[in-house]
Design a protein around this ligand. Structure first.
Ligand code: NAD
Ligand code: MG
Length: 385
Protein backbone atom coordinates (compact mmCIF):
# COMPACT_ATOMS: atom_id res chain seq x y z
CA UNK A 1 0.00 0.00 0.00
CA UNK A 2 1.43 3.42 -0.93
CA UNK A 3 1.07 6.15 1.68
CA UNK A 4 -2.47 7.52 1.69
CA UNK A 5 -2.85 11.24 2.30
CA UNK A 6 -5.87 11.72 4.56
CA UNK A 7 -7.89 14.94 4.84
CA UNK A 8 -9.50 14.92 8.28
CA UNK A 9 -12.49 17.23 8.39
CA UNK A 10 -13.18 17.68 12.10
CA UNK A 11 -9.70 16.67 13.33
CA UNK A 12 -10.19 18.08 16.85
CA UNK A 13 -13.26 15.95 17.57
CA UNK A 14 -13.52 12.51 19.09
CA UNK A 15 -13.30 10.72 15.72
CA UNK A 16 -10.69 13.14 14.35
CA UNK A 17 -8.35 12.69 17.31
CA UNK A 18 -8.62 8.90 17.16
CA UNK A 19 -7.92 9.02 13.41
CA UNK A 20 -4.72 10.95 14.13
CA UNK A 21 -3.76 8.24 16.64
CA UNK A 22 -4.19 5.69 13.84
CA UNK A 23 -2.06 7.80 11.48
CA UNK A 24 0.63 8.25 14.15
CA UNK A 25 0.74 4.49 14.67
CA UNK A 26 1.04 3.81 10.91
CA UNK A 27 3.26 6.54 9.46
CA UNK A 28 4.26 4.50 6.42
CA UNK A 29 0.61 3.88 5.48
CA UNK A 30 -0.97 7.26 6.19
CA UNK A 31 -0.20 10.95 6.40
CA UNK A 32 -2.41 13.85 7.50
CA UNK A 33 -2.74 16.14 4.50
CA UNK A 34 -5.53 18.47 5.68
CA UNK A 35 -6.85 19.14 9.17
CA UNK A 36 -9.89 21.25 10.06
CA UNK A 37 -11.48 22.46 13.28
CA UNK A 38 -14.35 24.76 14.13
CA UNK A 39 -13.14 26.57 17.24
CA UNK A 40 -10.42 24.65 19.07
CA UNK A 41 -7.48 26.63 17.66
CA UNK A 42 -5.00 25.47 20.27
CA UNK A 43 -5.53 21.79 19.53
CA UNK A 44 -5.52 22.42 15.78
CA UNK A 45 -2.15 24.19 16.11
CA UNK A 46 -0.72 21.34 18.15
CA UNK A 47 -1.98 18.77 15.62
CA UNK A 48 -0.48 20.79 12.76
CA UNK A 49 2.90 20.99 14.51
CA UNK A 50 2.83 17.24 15.13
CA UNK A 51 1.60 16.10 11.70
CA UNK A 52 2.78 18.90 9.38
CA UNK A 53 -0.23 18.88 7.07
CA UNK A 54 -0.30 20.73 3.78
CA UNK A 55 -3.28 22.84 4.92
CA UNK A 56 -5.46 23.55 7.95
CA UNK A 57 -8.81 25.31 8.22
CA UNK A 58 -10.11 27.01 11.35
CA UNK A 59 -13.86 27.57 11.07
CA UNK A 60 -14.07 30.44 13.51
CA UNK A 61 -12.49 33.37 11.64
CA UNK A 62 -11.66 35.23 14.86
CA UNK A 63 -9.06 32.56 15.56
CA UNK A 64 -7.34 32.83 12.18
CA UNK A 65 -4.60 35.19 13.34
CA UNK A 66 -3.55 32.94 16.20
CA UNK A 67 -3.39 29.85 13.98
CA UNK A 68 -1.61 31.72 11.18
CA UNK A 69 1.02 33.19 13.49
CA UNK A 70 1.59 29.95 15.36
CA UNK A 71 2.24 28.09 12.11
CA UNK A 72 4.12 30.91 10.34
CA UNK A 73 7.46 29.06 10.64
CA UNK A 74 6.02 25.89 9.01
CA UNK A 75 4.95 24.98 5.46
CA UNK A 76 1.32 24.52 6.47
CA UNK A 77 -1.16 26.79 4.68
CA UNK A 78 -3.80 28.30 6.95
CA UNK A 79 -7.38 29.11 5.91
CA UNK A 80 -10.44 30.25 7.84
CA UNK A 81 -14.20 30.26 7.52
CA UNK A 82 -16.97 28.07 6.19
CA UNK A 83 -16.21 28.60 2.49
CA UNK A 84 -12.59 27.59 3.03
CA UNK A 85 -13.79 24.14 4.10
CA UNK A 86 -15.30 23.61 0.67
CA UNK A 87 -12.31 25.08 -1.15
CA UNK A 88 -9.92 22.83 0.69
CA UNK A 89 -12.17 19.80 0.11
CA UNK A 90 -11.77 20.45 -3.62
CA UNK A 91 -7.96 20.46 -3.40
CA UNK A 92 -6.03 17.97 -5.47
CA UNK A 93 -3.41 16.94 -3.00
CA UNK A 94 -5.19 14.37 -0.81
CA UNK A 95 -6.32 10.78 -1.43
CA UNK A 96 -9.21 10.29 1.00
CA UNK A 97 -11.49 12.47 3.08
CA UNK A 98 -12.34 11.39 6.60
CA UNK A 99 -15.66 13.16 7.10
CA UNK A 100 -15.66 13.66 10.88
CA UNK A 101 -17.40 17.01 11.28
CA UNK A 102 -20.51 16.70 13.42
CA UNK A 103 -23.97 17.49 12.05
CA UNK A 104 -25.32 19.19 8.95
CA UNK A 105 -22.14 21.31 8.72
CA UNK A 106 -20.38 18.25 7.30
CA UNK A 107 -22.62 18.00 4.25
CA UNK A 108 -21.18 20.66 1.94
CA UNK A 109 -17.48 19.78 2.29
CA UNK A 110 -18.33 16.12 1.77
CA UNK A 111 -20.26 16.95 -1.39
CA UNK A 112 -17.19 18.83 -2.62
CA UNK A 113 -14.92 15.88 -1.93
CA UNK A 114 -17.19 13.54 -3.89
CA UNK A 115 -17.42 16.06 -6.73
CA UNK A 116 -13.62 16.11 -6.78
CA UNK A 117 -13.64 12.30 -7.05
CA UNK A 118 -12.19 11.60 -3.60
CA UNK A 119 -13.04 8.42 -1.69
CA UNK A 120 -14.78 9.23 1.59
CA UNK A 121 -14.46 7.51 4.95
CA UNK A 122 -17.74 8.66 6.42
CA UNK A 123 -18.25 9.22 10.14
CA UNK A 124 -20.68 12.10 9.65
CA UNK A 125 -23.96 10.19 9.48
CA UNK A 126 -26.04 13.39 9.29
CA UNK A 127 -24.78 13.86 5.72
CA UNK A 128 -26.60 10.71 4.61
CA UNK A 129 -29.64 11.43 6.76
CA UNK A 130 -30.09 14.81 5.09
CA UNK A 131 -29.30 13.99 1.45
CA UNK A 132 -28.46 10.30 1.20
CA UNK A 133 -30.02 9.85 -2.25
CA UNK A 134 -27.93 12.65 -3.75
CA UNK A 135 -24.70 11.63 -2.00
CA UNK A 136 -24.99 7.99 -3.08
CA UNK A 137 -25.94 8.91 -6.65
CA UNK A 138 -22.99 11.30 -6.96
CA UNK A 139 -20.62 8.72 -5.50
CA UNK A 140 -21.87 6.17 -8.05
CA UNK A 141 -21.40 8.58 -10.94
CA UNK A 142 -17.90 9.45 -9.78
CA UNK A 143 -17.17 5.77 -9.05
CA UNK A 144 -15.80 6.53 -5.61
CA UNK A 145 -16.41 4.47 -2.49
CA UNK A 146 -18.18 5.80 0.61
CA UNK A 147 -16.75 3.64 3.38
CA UNK A 148 -18.64 3.85 6.67
CA UNK A 149 -16.84 4.66 9.91
CA UNK A 150 -19.91 4.44 12.13
CA UNK A 151 -19.27 1.16 13.98
CA UNK A 152 -22.59 -0.49 13.06
CA UNK A 153 -22.23 0.36 9.40
CA UNK A 154 -18.60 -0.66 9.36
CA UNK A 155 -19.80 -4.00 10.78
CA UNK A 156 -22.36 -4.43 7.99
CA UNK A 157 -19.82 -3.33 5.39
CA UNK A 158 -17.31 -5.89 6.69
CA UNK A 159 -19.99 -8.63 6.64
CA UNK A 160 -20.69 -7.81 2.98
CA UNK A 161 -17.10 -8.10 1.76
CA UNK A 162 -16.99 -10.98 -0.72
CA UNK A 163 -20.78 -11.32 -0.96
CA UNK A 164 -20.99 -9.75 -4.42
CA UNK A 165 -24.61 -9.47 -5.52
CA UNK A 166 -25.98 -11.88 -2.87
CA UNK A 167 -29.24 -10.43 -1.65
CA UNK A 168 -29.68 -9.09 1.88
CA UNK A 169 -32.90 -10.12 3.63
CA UNK A 170 -32.42 -7.71 6.48
CA UNK A 171 -29.79 -6.04 8.62
CA UNK A 172 -29.83 -5.75 12.39
CA UNK A 173 -28.27 -2.62 13.87
CA UNK A 174 -27.27 -3.18 17.46
CA UNK A 175 -27.77 -0.43 20.04
CA UNK A 176 -26.22 -0.22 23.49
CA UNK A 177 -29.43 1.35 24.76
CA UNK A 178 -27.45 4.27 26.19
CA UNK A 179 -27.34 5.38 29.83
CA UNK A 180 -31.12 5.28 30.32
CA UNK A 181 -31.86 1.75 29.16
CA UNK A 182 -34.93 0.44 30.99
CA UNK A 183 -35.97 3.89 32.25
CA UNK A 184 -39.46 5.29 31.80
CA UNK A 185 -40.75 8.81 31.01
CA UNK A 186 -41.30 9.70 34.68
CA UNK A 187 -37.54 9.30 35.12
CA UNK A 188 -36.48 10.83 31.82
CA UNK A 189 -38.44 14.02 32.37
CA UNK A 190 -35.94 15.08 35.04
CA UNK A 191 -32.74 14.01 33.31
CA UNK A 192 -30.04 16.70 33.14
CA UNK A 193 -27.25 17.06 30.64
CA UNK A 194 -24.44 15.83 32.89
CA UNK A 195 -26.19 12.52 33.38
CA UNK A 196 -27.12 12.20 29.70
CA UNK A 197 -23.48 12.81 28.75
CA UNK A 198 -22.37 9.63 30.57
CA UNK A 199 -22.40 6.89 27.97
CA UNK A 200 -21.80 3.37 29.31
CA UNK A 201 -19.66 1.96 26.45
CA UNK A 202 -18.39 4.71 24.15
CA UNK A 203 -16.61 8.01 24.68
CA UNK A 204 -17.84 10.39 21.96
CA UNK A 205 -18.61 14.04 21.15
CA UNK A 206 -21.47 15.73 23.03
CA UNK A 207 -24.05 15.71 20.23
CA UNK A 208 -23.84 12.00 19.43
CA UNK A 209 -23.72 11.16 23.15
CA UNK A 210 -27.06 12.92 23.68
CA UNK A 211 -28.42 11.25 20.53
CA UNK A 212 -27.38 7.91 22.01
CA UNK A 213 -29.22 8.67 25.25
CA UNK A 214 -32.45 9.53 23.38
CA UNK A 215 -31.97 6.70 20.80
CA UNK A 216 -32.13 9.31 18.04
CA UNK A 217 -28.65 8.11 17.13
CA UNK A 218 -30.01 4.67 16.25
CA UNK A 219 -32.78 6.29 14.21
CA UNK A 220 -30.24 8.35 12.27
CA UNK A 221 -28.26 5.14 11.76
CA UNK A 222 -31.27 3.34 10.31
CA UNK A 223 -31.55 6.08 7.69
CA UNK A 224 -27.79 6.03 7.14
CA UNK A 225 -27.94 2.25 6.58
CA UNK A 226 -30.78 2.51 4.10
CA UNK A 227 -28.65 4.69 1.83
CA UNK A 228 -25.30 2.98 2.32
CA UNK A 229 -26.63 -0.49 1.59
CA UNK A 230 -29.54 0.36 -0.71
CA UNK A 231 -32.25 -1.14 1.51
CA UNK A 232 -35.94 -0.51 1.99
CA UNK A 233 -37.13 0.75 5.35
CA UNK A 234 -38.48 -2.63 6.45
CA UNK A 235 -35.12 -4.33 5.90
CA UNK A 236 -33.50 -2.31 8.69
CA UNK A 237 -34.06 -3.49 12.28
CA UNK A 238 -32.74 -2.34 15.63
CA UNK A 239 -31.89 -4.61 18.53
CA UNK A 240 -30.68 -3.47 21.94
CA UNK A 241 -27.45 -5.27 22.89
CA UNK A 242 -26.07 -3.53 25.99
CA UNK A 243 -22.60 -5.15 25.88
CA UNK A 244 -21.75 -3.63 22.45
CA UNK A 245 -19.73 -6.67 21.36
CA UNK A 246 -21.73 -7.52 18.24
CA UNK A 247 -21.49 -4.30 16.24
CA UNK A 248 -24.26 -5.30 13.79
CA UNK A 249 -25.43 -8.22 11.64
CA UNK A 250 -26.58 -9.07 8.14
CA UNK A 251 -29.12 -11.78 7.38
CA UNK A 252 -28.96 -13.09 3.82
CA UNK A 253 -31.70 -14.65 1.68
CA UNK A 254 -30.76 -18.16 2.78
CA UNK A 255 -31.28 -17.23 6.44
CA UNK A 256 -27.57 -17.21 7.23
CA UNK A 257 -26.53 -14.41 9.59
CA UNK A 258 -23.10 -12.78 9.67
CA UNK A 259 -22.04 -10.56 12.55
CA UNK A 260 -18.94 -8.47 13.12
CA UNK A 261 -17.68 -8.41 16.71
CA UNK A 262 -15.01 -6.96 18.92
CA UNK A 263 -14.53 -4.72 21.91
CA UNK A 264 -16.11 -1.29 21.40
CA UNK A 265 -13.28 0.93 20.12
CA UNK A 266 -13.84 3.43 17.32
CA UNK A 267 -10.19 3.20 16.24
CA UNK A 268 -10.98 -0.14 14.64
CA UNK A 269 -13.68 1.06 12.21
CA UNK A 270 -11.62 4.22 11.58
CA UNK A 271 -8.50 2.30 10.57
CA UNK A 272 -10.57 -0.24 8.63
CA UNK A 273 -12.14 2.54 6.54
CA UNK A 274 -8.80 4.26 5.98
CA UNK A 275 -6.95 1.09 4.97
CA UNK A 276 -9.76 -0.76 3.14
CA UNK A 277 -9.52 -3.34 1.63
CA UNK A 278 -6.47 -4.10 3.75
CA UNK A 279 -6.54 -4.89 7.48
CA UNK A 280 -3.73 -3.49 9.61
CA UNK A 281 -2.17 -5.15 12.63
CA UNK A 282 -2.64 -3.29 15.93
CA UNK A 283 -2.32 -3.77 19.67
CA UNK A 284 -5.86 -2.81 20.67
CA UNK A 285 -7.30 -5.01 23.46
CA UNK A 286 -9.00 -8.18 22.15
CA UNK A 287 -12.38 -9.61 23.15
CA UNK A 288 -12.02 -12.98 24.86
CA UNK A 289 -14.94 -15.41 24.63
CA UNK A 290 -13.43 -17.61 27.34
CA UNK A 291 -13.91 -14.97 30.04
CA UNK A 292 -17.26 -15.05 31.87
CA UNK A 293 -19.59 -13.02 29.72
CA UNK A 294 -23.18 -12.92 28.57
CA UNK A 295 -24.42 -11.31 25.41
CA UNK A 296 -28.04 -10.18 25.68
CA UNK A 297 -30.58 -8.78 23.24
CA UNK A 298 -33.93 -7.04 23.59
CA UNK A 299 -36.36 -4.99 21.53
CA UNK A 300 -35.92 -1.20 21.81
CA UNK A 301 -38.62 0.56 23.87
CA UNK A 302 -39.87 2.98 21.24
CA UNK A 303 -42.85 4.03 23.36
CA UNK A 304 -40.46 5.55 25.88
CA UNK A 305 -37.68 6.55 23.49
CA UNK A 306 -39.99 8.19 20.98
CA UNK A 307 -37.14 9.78 19.03
CA UNK A 308 -36.48 6.35 17.56
CA UNK A 309 -40.13 6.02 16.53
CA UNK A 310 -40.00 9.46 14.89
CA UNK A 311 -36.86 8.52 12.97
CA UNK A 312 -38.51 5.29 11.82
CA UNK A 313 -41.43 7.36 10.60
CA UNK A 314 -39.09 9.71 8.72
CA UNK A 315 -37.27 6.73 7.22
CA UNK A 316 -40.57 5.30 6.01
CA UNK A 317 -41.82 8.57 4.55
CA UNK A 318 -38.53 9.45 2.87
CA UNK A 319 -38.28 12.64 0.79
CA UNK A 320 -37.17 15.59 2.92
CA UNK A 321 -38.61 14.14 6.16
CA UNK A 322 -35.25 12.79 7.44
CA UNK A 323 -33.74 16.22 6.67
CA UNK A 324 -36.50 17.87 8.76
CA UNK A 325 -35.98 15.36 11.57
CA UNK A 326 -32.23 15.97 11.56
CA UNK A 327 -32.46 19.77 11.57
CA UNK A 328 -34.99 19.85 14.40
CA UNK A 329 -32.92 17.34 16.34
CA UNK A 330 -29.74 19.42 16.04
CA UNK A 331 -31.59 22.46 17.41
CA UNK A 332 -33.12 20.33 20.17
CA UNK A 333 -29.84 18.72 21.24
CA UNK A 334 -27.95 22.02 21.43
CA UNK A 335 -30.85 23.59 23.38
CA UNK A 336 -30.74 20.66 25.81
CA UNK A 337 -26.95 20.99 26.14
CA UNK A 338 -27.47 24.67 27.06
CA UNK A 339 -30.10 23.69 29.67
CA UNK A 340 -32.77 25.53 27.69
CA UNK A 341 -35.13 22.56 27.34
CA UNK A 342 -35.69 19.25 29.11
CA UNK A 343 -34.81 15.76 27.94
CA UNK A 344 -38.29 14.85 26.73
CA UNK A 345 -38.83 18.30 25.17
CA UNK A 346 -36.29 17.29 22.52
CA UNK A 347 -38.76 14.73 21.16
CA UNK A 348 -41.60 17.19 21.18
CA UNK A 349 -39.56 19.74 19.26
CA UNK A 350 -38.72 17.19 16.58
CA UNK A 351 -42.29 15.92 16.35
CA UNK A 352 -43.80 19.39 16.01
CA UNK A 353 -41.25 20.38 13.37
CA UNK A 354 -41.96 17.22 11.35
CA UNK A 355 -45.67 18.07 11.44
CA UNK A 356 -45.09 21.66 10.38
CA UNK A 357 -42.55 21.78 7.51
CA UNK A 358 -43.83 21.04 3.98
CA UNK A 359 -43.18 17.50 2.84
CA UNK A 360 -41.33 17.10 -0.47
CA UNK A 361 -41.21 13.56 -1.88
CA UNK A 362 -38.29 14.17 -4.25
CA UNK A 363 -36.21 17.16 -3.17
CA UNK A 364 -33.32 18.64 -5.11
CA UNK A 365 -30.12 19.49 -3.26
CA UNK A 366 -31.22 23.12 -3.14
CA UNK A 367 -34.52 22.02 -1.59
CA UNK A 368 -32.69 20.01 1.05
CA UNK A 369 -30.73 23.16 1.97
CA UNK A 370 -33.99 25.13 2.17
CA UNK A 371 -35.73 22.43 4.19
CA UNK A 372 -32.86 22.40 6.66
CA UNK A 373 -33.08 26.17 7.14
CA UNK A 374 -36.86 26.21 7.53
CA UNK A 375 -36.88 23.31 9.97
CA UNK A 376 -34.12 24.92 12.06
CA UNK A 377 -35.94 28.26 12.21
CA UNK A 378 -39.22 26.65 13.18
CA UNK A 379 -37.65 24.40 15.83
CA UNK A 380 -35.75 27.38 17.27
CA UNK A 381 -38.96 29.45 17.39
CA UNK A 382 -40.52 26.80 19.62
CA UNK A 383 -37.72 27.28 22.15
CA UNK A 384 -38.06 31.05 22.39
CA UNK A 385 -41.75 30.77 23.17
P1 NAD B 1 -17.07 16.00 18.09
O1 NAD B 1 -18.05 16.99 18.56
O2 NAD B 1 -16.15 15.37 19.06
O3 NAD B 1 -16.16 16.66 16.94
C1 NAD B 1 -16.73 17.37 15.90
C2 NAD B 1 -15.65 17.97 14.99
O4 NAD B 1 -16.35 18.75 14.00
C3 NAD B 1 -14.68 18.90 15.68
O5 NAD B 1 -13.41 18.79 15.07
C4 NAD B 1 -15.25 20.29 15.41
O6 NAD B 1 -14.28 21.29 15.36
C5 NAD B 1 -15.89 20.12 14.06
N1 NAD B 1 -17.06 20.97 13.87
C6 NAD B 1 -18.10 21.14 14.71
N2 NAD B 1 -18.99 22.00 14.21
C7 NAD B 1 -18.50 22.42 13.03
C8 NAD B 1 -18.96 23.33 12.04
N3 NAD B 1 -20.11 24.02 12.18
N4 NAD B 1 -18.20 23.51 10.94
C9 NAD B 1 -17.04 22.83 10.78
N5 NAD B 1 -16.56 21.96 11.68
C10 NAD B 1 -17.27 21.75 12.80
O7 NAD B 1 -17.89 14.89 17.28
P2 NAD B 1 -17.55 13.34 17.08
O8 NAD B 1 -18.05 12.57 18.22
O9 NAD B 1 -16.12 13.19 16.67
O10 NAD B 1 -18.50 12.98 15.85
C11 NAD B 1 -18.20 13.39 14.52
C12 NAD B 1 -19.16 12.68 13.59
O11 NAD B 1 -18.91 11.28 13.63
C13 NAD B 1 -20.64 12.86 13.97
O12 NAD B 1 -21.40 12.97 12.82
C14 NAD B 1 -20.97 11.58 14.70
O13 NAD B 1 -22.31 11.22 14.59
C15 NAD B 1 -20.08 10.58 13.97
N6 NAD B 1 -19.74 9.42 14.79
C16 NAD B 1 -19.00 9.59 15.93
C17 NAD B 1 -18.68 8.50 16.72
C18 NAD B 1 -17.83 8.66 17.95
O14 NAD B 1 -17.45 7.65 18.56
N7 NAD B 1 -17.47 9.86 18.36
C19 NAD B 1 -19.12 7.22 16.35
C20 NAD B 1 -19.86 7.08 15.19
C21 NAD B 1 -20.17 8.19 14.41
MG1 MG C 1 -22.90 4.08 15.61
Amino acid sequence: MTQKRIAIFGSTGSIGRQALDVIAANPTLFSAEILTAQSNDELLIKQALDFQPNAVVIGDERKYINVKESLAHTNTKVFAGEDALEQVAAMDSYDMMLAAIVGYAGLRPTLKAIEAGKPVALANKETLVVAGDIIMRMAMEKRIPIIPVDSEHSAIFQCLVGEGKNRIEKIVLTASGGPFLGKKPNFLVNVKKDHALQHPNWSMGAKITIDSATLMNKGLEMIEAKWLFNLSHDQVQVLVHPQSIIHSMVQFEDGSIKAQMGLPDMKLPIQYAMAFPQRIQNDFPRYDFRKPNTLTFEEPDIKTFRNLALAMEALKQGGNMPCILNAANEIAVYAFLRNRIGFLDMTELVERTMARISFLPNPTLEEYFETDGEARNFAASLIHM
